[in-house]
Write a protein that binds this ligand. Structure first.
Ligand code: SF4
Length: 219
C-alpha cells in the first residue's frame, strides 16, 4: 500500500501566516472544536448572534414531529387541499394582502413544531418532517461527513443531526422516498416569505394549465 499524503485544502493560504492554517484535530476530537479553541481570545464575546442560536436547548417538539411524520404527512395533504380550495378567496383578496397574516401564523406554527427558519421553500415533506435549515451548514441534500457516532451534529454536539432524523422520519412516511430527490440550492431571496401561499399559488396555476390543456384538446 502506498503512503497517502494529506491533500492541501486551499491554495490561497498566505505563506508564513500561522493563523491561516487551521490546526489538525487529534483522534476523537472534531475539527470544529479545535478551530474554536484556536480562535483568538478577546474581551468581546457576542451574545447569541449566531443565525442558528447555538445555545443548549430542547429539541423535544422537533423530534416529536419527526416521530409522527406519517400523521403530519397525512394532515399536511388535507391542509394543502383546503388551502388550494380557498385559492379563489386568496385571489380575490390579493395574495400580497393575505401574505402578512398567513406568514404570521405559518412562522409560529412551523416554528413551534419544526423550528422552522422560514426559508420560504419548504421541503419538510421530502425530509421526514425534519427541517434541513436547522443544520448549521444548511445542507439540503443529506448530512456532511461529520455526524458523530451517537448520531449528533458535529457543530452542535447537543443536537441530533437533522439528516439522521430526516432519514428516520422519511421511513415512516408514505412518500418517504422523496428524500432521495435532489433539492435545489436555497434561494435566499425567498426568505421570510410564505411557503404555504407559494405552494398553493403554484398548485392553482398547474390546475388551471391542466384544465386549459384539456379544454383545448376537446375543442
Ligand atoms: S424547509 Fe424552510 S419553510 Fe420548511 S420548515 Fe424548514 S425553514 Fe421552514
Amino acid at each position: 500500500m502506498p503512503d497517502t499524503q494529506p491533500i492541501p485544502t486551499t491554495a490561497s493560504v498566505p505563506a508564513g501566516d500561522p493563523q491561516a492554517t487551521p490546526p489538525s484535530a487529534p483522534p476523537g476530537v472534531t475539527q470544529a472544536t479545535v478551530v474554536k479553541k484556536a480562535a483568538p481570545k478577546t474581551d468581546y464575546k457576542p451574545s447569541d448572534v449566531s443565525p442558528q442560536r447555538r445555545v443548549q436547548r430542547s429539541f423535544a417538539v422537533r423530534l416529536w414531529s419527526v416521530r409522527h411524520s406519517r400523521l403530519l404527512e397525512w394532515f399536511y395533504a388535507r391542509f394543502a387541499d383546503a388551502f388550494l380550495m380557498l385559492h379563489p378567496l386568496w385571489k380575490s383578496i390579493g395574495y400580497s394582502r393575505v401574505e402578512a397574516p398567513v406568514k404570521f401564523i405559518e412562522k409560529r406554527v412551523k416554528g413551534f413544531m419544526f423550528d422552522c427558519r422560514m426559508c420560504g421553500q419548504c421541503v419538510l415533506s421530502s425530509t421526514g418532517m425534519s427541517c434541513p435549515m436547522n443544520c448549521p451548514k444548511q445542507l439540503r441534500n443529506g448530512p456532511c461527513g461529520g455526524v458523530r457516532a451517537n448520531g449528533h451534529c458535529e457543530v452542535e454536539p447537543d443536537m441530533p443531526c437533522v439528516w439522521v432524523k430526516a432519514w428516520e422520519g422519511s421511513r415512516n412516511m408514505v412518500h418517504g422516498d422523496a428524500i432521495l430527490n435532489v433539492q435545489k440550492p436555497v434561494d435566499q431571496s425567498l426568505r421570510e416569505t410564505s411557503a404555504w401561499l407559494r405552494v398553493t399559488a403554484q398548485a392553482a396555476a398547474a390546475k388551471e394549465a391542466a384544465r386549459n390543456a384539456a379544454n383545448g384538446a376537446s375543442a
